[in-house]
Design a protein around this ligand. Sequence first.
Ligand code: FE2
Length: 224
Amino acid sequence: MEGSPSFGALECLRIKQLEEQASAFRNSVICAFNQLLDLKDLNTGVHSTRLAEWGMRVGQELGLEEAVLQNLEIAALLHDIGKVGIPDAILRKPGRLDTAEYELMKKHSEYGWAVLRMLPGFERAALDILHHHESFDGRGYPAGLKENEIPIVSRIVCVIDAFDAMVSSRPYRQGLPYEEAVRRLTEASGTQFDPVVVQCFLSFAQAEMATVFAAAGTSVSSAL
Ligand SMILES: [Fe+2]
């Protein structure tokens, strides 16, 4: 059986090469789509990078497997890629959307899934993106899934996306102070949000806020 070790070593080398190719492809796709998001709305790029950092932190603290963490990173970075298909008049409308506009805006999670599922290696992340607006109590969209029916990656993206949106300033409104965002997140824990994810995120959120508020241009004094 002299040949076996070298055959095994060759196999290992081949697997390693394939893994590296897959990882390089993954990173290229993420970069390309991120550039597309930047072209559509400059804020989204910063927002998505921050979500990826927070999401990975929550995922690691919850003990998710490496493969799930990889999907989490993709889903956090590209969760709103489907907004490319939403008209600018709706995306950039200051103030509240009317019912018809909101119904169209809700399509972005399906649009994101429809695009990403076509890419080899992105099928799982595409499903996680499809469900990133589900609500823990089943009142979200598009499928009305609830609790553990919602993929864990989607539940994580949902919490950190909502929190980031609350504290970020927009051209037409100032971001909420940190304490108010925490209050709203806690209030909706168990209804809109997975309470385990909320608890995990809040366990490290405050320490992260100085950077976030500096980037978002929101008052740091009200945050810390
Ligand atoms: Fe979204």
